[in-house]
Design a protein around this ligand. Sequence first.
Ligand code: HEC
Length: 147
Amino acid sequence: MSLRSLSSVRVRAAIGVGVLVVLVFAFRGGAARTVQGGQGDVARGEYLANSVAMCVQCHSPRDARGNILAGEKFTGAPIPVRGPEWAGQWAYRAPAIAGLHGFTDDQIVMLLTEGHLGDRPAPSRPMPPFRMNKQDAEAIVAYLRTR
Ligand code: HEC
């Protein structure tokens, strides 16, 4: 084998490996995008549910000092206050939403984008009538499914 053909074999091998690396990364990137698009962005959902929409504040039990019990976030909690006259129907318990058991993704997305869940009546106050965009609602669903 001449020096020239040897180097062209090396070049071809190098190109082959390069293409393989690109394909592997493209595939992995594609898979990650599918998870984000189809089921929502879990990290964003965590941020929204804990720090923006504050689901955690009503749906988690607390100790006697009012600190949310870290290991029991989103497992449901009493609402220990009465609502104002104008609120009409008032709920004294926020249900467990960790894992969103018993709900489909579409139901929760509808609840968070339109304020009610399918043909069921809207939840009573103090559950807020959320009007999120679909992407944020899907992110919260994805996050709560991990809880
Ligand atoms: C201010 C308190 C409060 C906040 C904040 C809150 N919730 Fe609620 N949520 C409630 C209460 C109370 C109920 C029970 C309503 C009822 O029984 O009619 C409820 C009910 C629900 C239900 C059940 C609905 C049904 O029809 O069965 C889901 C799901 C839910 N909340 C999800 C969330 C999510 C997700 C967030 C954050 C984006 C959130 N909640 C924020 C108080 C709250």
